[in-house]
Design a protein around this ligand. Structure first.
Ligand SMILES: NC(=O)C1=CN([C@@H]2O[C@H](COP(=O)(O)OP(=O)(O)OC[C@H]3O[C@@H](n4cnc5c(N)ncnc54)[C@H](O)[C@@H]3O)[C@@H](O)[C@H]2O)C=CC1
Ligand SMILES: Nc1nc(O)c(N)c(N[C@@H]2O[C@H](COP(=O)(O)O)[C@@H](O)[C@H]2O)n1
Length: 291
């Protein structure tokens, strides 16, 4: 079924502005990053990081592993697509890439007020970044994000991996539409061992993204990605924008619930400077992680 046009009003855009990456010509800088610095990035420079996702009232991102689940209503969906136009990159973990076959482009309609028969796809598209350390994502030329890139409706993904030599056939598909693999060097401090699984340090991932000239990144999920960024690496997050849908998905969902810190008497993370914005039946909560 064709997707309804996605409109996001000028008034709503203005309300979101304090929670978005600064325009690149502005002189404002984020607390830890050099998002507005126009000089070549140093190794330690990081992009402006927004954590943006949609959740149910029982903190679920989806009905279960592998189940693509619509939570956002049309207005909050349009907001997400506006956010996609306001970031240089959009990131998901491989679990999401496999479960959702996502497009990761912006389909915001820029023709508000004109004939609604014509949908003009927005000019600015974010660069999809997929975190796939072991190359589990068995993408093909028909995967949605590849197809959209081929059709000029989005950008091809960069896949961040620990594999030094990705399969030649996958490389050809990816590079054929303008994407690439970014292999991080596990021989440096990019990797830590937690619970037997090899993980990439988010600082290393973000630094690699910034080295690609990408100054801002919205991280959409899924649960493993969000839970890690709300835990010990929360200091890397500049802005949090959560769509809350008025629905309970029930037990068995894929949930946002970061691991406890050592001090069990303290919350793991809290938002400050909050702004609540009703959009249709949903509410969008914006804030910063309290330091
Ligand atoms: N409602 C919403 O806004 C969203 C919902 N989702 C849902 O979330 C679910 C997927 O979530 P998950 O299964 O938790 O998968 P995920 O998308 O968080 O991917 C997890 C995988 O990513 C890799 N990864 C993530 N962080 C890493 C790190 N620091 N170092 C190395 N590898 C890392 C690992 O291979 C890990 O197994 C799907 O059902 C999807 O539909 C996903 C995004 C947004
Ligand atoms: N904002 C939001 N609301 C929902 O209800 C969702 N299910 C998601 N999911 C995220 O969006 C990706 C799908 O993107 P495309 O529409 O295919 O471009 C999905 O993979 C999640 O990252 N987000």
């Amino acid at each position: 079924m064709a997707e309804a046009p996605l409109y996001f009003s000028a008034a709503d855009r203005q309300r979101l502005e304090p929670h978005l990456p600064p325009p690149q010509t502005s002189s404002r800088t984020s607390s830890h990053s050099q998002a507005t610095d126009l000089s070549p990035p140093s190794c330690s420079a990081l992009p402006f990081v927004s954590l943006t996702f949609a959740t149910s009232l029982d903190s679920a991102l989806s009905l279960g592993p592998g189940i693509r689940t619509t939570l956002s209503g049309p207005q909050s969906k349009a907001m997400t697509h506006y956010l996609r136009t306001r970031h240089d990159a959009i990131c998901v973990g491989v679990g999401t890439a496999i479960a959702d076959d996502p497009g990761l482009n912006s389909r915001l309609d820029t023709d508000e007020g004109s004939s609604r028969n014509t949908v003009s796809v927005t000019a600015h598209q974010p660069r999809p970044i997929i975190i796939d350390p072991r190359l589990r994502w068995d993408f093909t030329a028909q995967s949605k994000v590849m197809r959209l890139a081929r059709e000029g409706k989005g950008l091809a993904p960069y896949i961040v991996t620990l594999q030094k030599e990705p399969p030649v056939q996958k490389k050809e598909i990816l590079e054929g539409v303008g994407g690439k693999f970014i292999s991080l060097n596990a021989a440096h401090d990019d990797e830590e061992k937690i619970g037997g699984t090899r993980r990439l340090d988010w600082r290393a991932i973000l630094s690699a993204v910034r080295q690609e000239g990408l100054r801002s990144i919205m991280i959409e999920g899924g649960a493993e990605v969000i839970n890690s960024l709300l835990g010990e690496e929360a200091n890397l997050v500049d802005s949090v924008i959560v769509t809350i849908a008025p629905v309970w998905l029930g037990r068995g969902g894929v949930t946002v619930s970061p691991p406890r810190t050592h001090n069990v008497n303290r919350p793991v993370a809290r938002l400050s400077d909050t702004m609540w914005m009703p959009l249709g039946d949903d509410v969008v909560l914006c804030g910063r992680i309290a330091r």
